[in-house]
Write a protein that binds this ligand. Structure first.
Ligand code: UD1
Length: 421
């Protein structure tokens, strides 16, 4: 298995281009199932999760070219041959469950494996199921699969989500585009990836209002047509690379970044003493001399601080002046990076959903293990400023969500390389 070796020390300087959003793309790709016509996505990121979704769509009989140069993903669901999402693919990636809503909406039935356990928490699908049932689907769990049918077709309904789940919002919105009548979804998730999905669905002929607010109204239509859509910038990749100079020092401009995608995160960075400026080309981040200040962080649904940046900001707070408290409210088991950071000399105490980080002057390089996507990149970030060499193993997690991470960090002067097994 490959590993990544980071040698700490040395300020960063230069530019990092931000890719299209993985999580937006993973919701946009299943939207192809809603129409017979081709759907083309531009600015798609080159990631293994995108390949997994491509494989899933292909297993249903969709044509999906895979990523070509220019980050274009061309898909067509003209001749689907199956409505069954197999365990072998779904277990690799939870977002596979986003084919459920589109398949029931277009074909009136679907069989989708339950994703199963996940390293960062239980992540059930009850909210997806409840919403789709409100639209008239009958869903039964048998042999580890959700067997869904809607013989009379889906019908618009009022659905109130108990929690603003991103995936449930996406599944319900996609299903409702082809339901008869009006669907009103309240307590909907407001993430930029949902706004991006709605933009694409609208380009396909869907009638939707209210994306980006907690009330989304969908007027069902008979059919959707083809479209070409540009995937929004990845706000999590953006936040991750903004933390690189915030941790290692120096000044880096993240090209394609927008303040509106990361406001709550930027507010915490600035409170810690990091400079952030919106430029014509993106967001420029700079760190002066001396240590950053401790800040408290609570993860929340958008527009709050994203859970997907919690591990990375913890890497910065490990060397802050003072004590920071991090409250994780979205996932119950998302501090697996803490023991690894501790191996690098960090002082972290985890009690349930709260981590207390008492800043130390310096971290020291160590062999560490990646446990999930965001945890693994937090170890790389920590390594950028640590004394000596940090060797991160199990980097396949990184390939799921960061394209060219080594090349991008090398481009701003980081001493980092991937070592083939
Ligand atoms: C998406 C993102 C993920 C991010 C998360 C929260 C994708 C592909 N992934 O995941 O990177 O960390 O949003 O911002 O977009 N829940 C239930 N029942 C359900 C659904 C969810 O209890 O039916 C719970 C989950 O266990 C979790 C919380 O709700 O504790 C948030 O989950 P959700 O917003 O659905 O996240 P995902 O869509 O899985």
């Amino acid at each position: 298995m490959d590993s990544i070796v980071v040698t700490g020390g040395g300020a960063l300087s230069g530019e990092i281009p931000i890719a299209g959003a993985k999580n937006a793309c993973l919701a946009l790709m299943p939207a192809t199932l809603l129409s017979e016509d081709p759907l083309t996505l531009t600015n798609a990121p080159r990631l293994s999760d995108i390949k997994t979704m491509t494989t899933l769509l292909q297993s249903l009989g969709a044509e999906a070219t895979g990523l070509q140069d220019g980050q274009v993903l061309a898909m067509s669901s003209h001749d689907l041959t199956s409505t069954r999402a197999d365990y072998d693919i779904v277990r690799k990636m939870r977002a596979s469950n986003l084919v459920l809503g589109p398949l029931i909406a277009r074909f009136g039935h679907a069989e989708v494996s339950l994703p199963g356990g996940c390293a960062i928490g239980a992540r059930p699908m009850d909210l997806h199921i409840h919403g789709l049932e409100k639209l008239g689907a009958e869903i039964e769990l048998r042999d580890g699969y959700l067997h869904a049918k809607a013989p009379g077709g889906l019908k618009g309904a009022e659905i109130a989500l108990e929690f603003a789940s991103v995936g449930a919002t996406e599944n319900i919105v996609m299903a409702a585009t082809l339901a008869k009548g009006t669907t009103v979804l309240t307590n909907a998730a407001r993430e930029p990836e949902i706004v991006d999905l709605v933009k694409c669905l609208r380009a396909m002929g869907a009638q939707i209002d209210g994306e980006g607010t907690s009330r989304i109204e969908i007027q069902g239509v008979d059919r959707l047509h083809g479209a070409t859509h540009q995937v929004v910038a990845d706000r999590i990749e953006l936040g991750t690379y903004m933390l690189a100079p915030a941790i290692a020092g120096g000044e880096v401009e993240c090209l394609g970044g927008k303040m509106s995608l990361v406001e709550a995160f930027v507010e915490r960075l600035e409170a810690a003493g990091i400079g952030v400026e919106e430029t014509e080309r993106g967001l420029k981040v700079s760190r002066g001399e001396g240590r950053v200040s401790a800040v408290d962080v609570t993860t929340e649904p958008f527009p709050g601080f994203p859970t997907d940046l919690q591990a990375q900001i913890m890497a910065m707070l490990c060397t802050a002046e003072g004590t920071s408290t991090l409250n994780e409210t979205i996932f119950e088991n998302r501090f697996m990076h803490a023991p690894e950071l501790t191996r690098m000399g960090a002082n972290i105490d985890v009690q349930g959903g709260t981590a207390t980080v008492t800043g130390v002057e310096k971290l020291r390089g160590a062999p560490v293990m990646a446990t999930d996507l965001r945890a693994s990149v937090s170890l790389i970030l920590a390594g950028l400023a640590a004394e000596g060499e940090t060797v991160v193993s199990r980097v396949y997690h990184l390939d799921r969500g960061y394209e060219h991470v080594v090349r991008k960090l090398q481009g701003v002067g980081a001493r980092i390389e991937r070592v083939k097994a």
